[in-house]
Design a protein around this ligand. Structure first.
Ligand code: SF4
Length: 116
């Protein structure tokens, strides 16, 4: 599963720098696949299935609180023993997204595709 941030987020910003995939953005921020990854040209999101130019700005997933891009979230698999956002969040609002279920193998594949 990917991780999501609930609307209980207090916008402290502690999680953003901890993400090894640069999958976390402040509410209202445009995001790019190229941010903090090694992807070039076009990339097809492993979760969304949508192909876009990696440099194109994408629509924020939330306007009010920090958000996590599922296509970039590997639950820190391949980097750390546990999701770092959840580890540092002071209000425990980084939780598993039950709508985005992925195996360890799929998360490792996603990581490999983002960090080439
Ligand atoms: Fe929001 Fe938690 Fe991230 Fe702080 S650490 S910005 S409360 S999700």
């Amino acid at each position: 599963m990917a991780i999501i941030i609930t609307d209980e987020c207090i916008n402290c910003g502690a999680c953003e720098p901890e993400c090894p995939n640069n999958a976390i953005y402040e509410g209202g921020a445009e995001w790019r696949y190229a941010d903090g990854t090694g992807v070039k040209g076009n990339y097809t999101g492993k979760n969304s299935g949508v192909e876009v130019s990696v440099e194109d700005p994408q629509t924020p997933k939330s306007m009010d609180v920090y958000f996590i891009v599922s296509d970039k979230c590997t639950e820190c698999v391949g980097f750390h023993d546990e999701p770092q956002c959840a580890a540092v969040c002071p209000v425990d609002c980084c939780i598993k997204d039950v709508d985005v279920v992925e195996t360890n193998e799929q998360l490792l594949e996603k990581k490999a595709s983002l960090h080439i």
